[in-house]
Design a protein around this ligand. Structure first.
Ligand code: PEP
Ligand code: MN
Length: 332
């Protein structure tokens, strides 16, 4: 249950009430908001005169539910807004991993040259083998921050464990919680304690409800700037790396109030399918795309086969613009 307290209840009183009923307490749009489990369907008698409005839910998707907030929430990524009535589809491009200053500068120049706003690059890579490239860590974050300063780009990178969150907050504009990390409650709880946008990738074996509940961990802790990301599920198929779940995207758009970003690069696993998949994604009227691109994919230290080269990335953008326009969106 979500409860909005009356405006004459102050913050301290609200927090005492929250403690008394074992609820989360956040300040949302200047209001004291309490959140209990969805099993609670009635306002406790002793606070009934302090309640302005309340909502009940069939399950624990609450703050993220359209039944609570019917419009898509606005999330600001640097100077770009997605969600709300912005009709922006943010095209986030860049390599899987930050590998060197030359490489990431080349990526930044590509984006700036195309009028795009947001650079991705992993610094703490969640690899499936300990012998693969693990990312440049803090040195990589510093390179991203340098690109932000030099080019005015927003930057996004992923958190592999909770100990990195503070560094990522210090050096970047969006915290990416990866497909494997999204079950890590240390990471989710740390993300709740900042106001930086958090992009939560759906795990490859994660139900939509579980994804929504990962978002609830962050939101109920006080950070409502959450973005959902579909990046492909593991199925019986081995011809492609994963299977992009567009049905799931339709579900997120119907049932959640969070912006939705799609990542066809990791779903496909091969560069050849990425541009056409990206067009299909944009045709759904989405809030953003995450596309891996590398100055020379053949030498990439991670995810080499799925990264576009820069000519392919330019062509991809050309192909997306009319599709976005046809559904009333703009690529930013
Ligand atoms: C990535 O974005 O480079 C990445 C590792 O993605 P995922 O968590 O979806 O596998
Ligand atoms: Mn990758």
């Amino acid at each position: 249950m979500i409860i909005h307290l009356r405006s004459n209840v102050n913050k301290q009183e609200a927090s005492q009430i929250a403690e008394g009923i074992k609820a989360f307490h956040i300040i949302s749009n200047g209001k004291n908001v309490l959140i209990t489990g969805s099993g609670i369907k009635e306002v406790p008698e002793f606070i009934s005169d302090k309640v302005d409005a309340f909502w009940t839910f069939p399950n624990d998707m609450q703050l993220a539910s359209r039944n609570y907030l019917s419009e898509t929430r606005k999330v600001k990524i640097g100077n770009v807004t997605i969600g709300g009535d912005s009709k922006n589809t943010i095209l986030i491009g860049g390599p899987c991993s930050v590998e060197s200053e030359d490489q990431i500068r080349n990526s930044a120049q590509l984006l700036v040259g195309l009028g795009l706003t947001t650079l991705r690059g992993g610094c703490y890579k969640p690899r499936t083998s300990p012998y693969s490239f693990q990312g440049l860590g803090l040195d990589g974050l510093k390179l991203l921050a340098k690109m932000r300063d030099e080019f005015g780009l927003n930057v996004i990178t992923e958190a592999r464990d909770a100990t990195h969150i503070q560094e990522i907050i210090d050096y970047t504009d969006v915290i990416q919680v990866g497909a494997k990390a999204m079950y890590d409650q240390g990471i989710l709880r740390a993300c709740a304690k900042t106001n930086k946008p958090v992009l939560i990738k759906r795990g490859f074996g994660t139900t939509l409800q579980e994804l929504a509940q990962a978002a609830e961990f962050v939101m109920s802790g006080g950070n409502e700037n959450v973005i959902l990301c579909e990046r492909g599920l593991r199925t019986f198929e081995t011809g492609t790396r994963f299977t992009l779940d567009l049905c799931g995207v339709a579900w997120m758009q119907e049932h959640t109030n969070l912006p939705v970003i799609l990542d066809p690069s990791h779903a496909m696993g091969y560069a050849y399918g990425v541009p056409s998949l990206a067009r299909a994604c944009v045709a759904m009227g989405i809030d953003g795309l995450l596309i891996e691109a590398h100055p020379d994919p053949s030498v990439a230290k991670s995810d080499a086969s799925q990264q576009l080269n820069h000519n392919q990335f330019r062509d991809l953008l050309d192909g997306l613009k009319p599709v976005a326009q046809s559904v009333g969106y703009k690529i930013v």
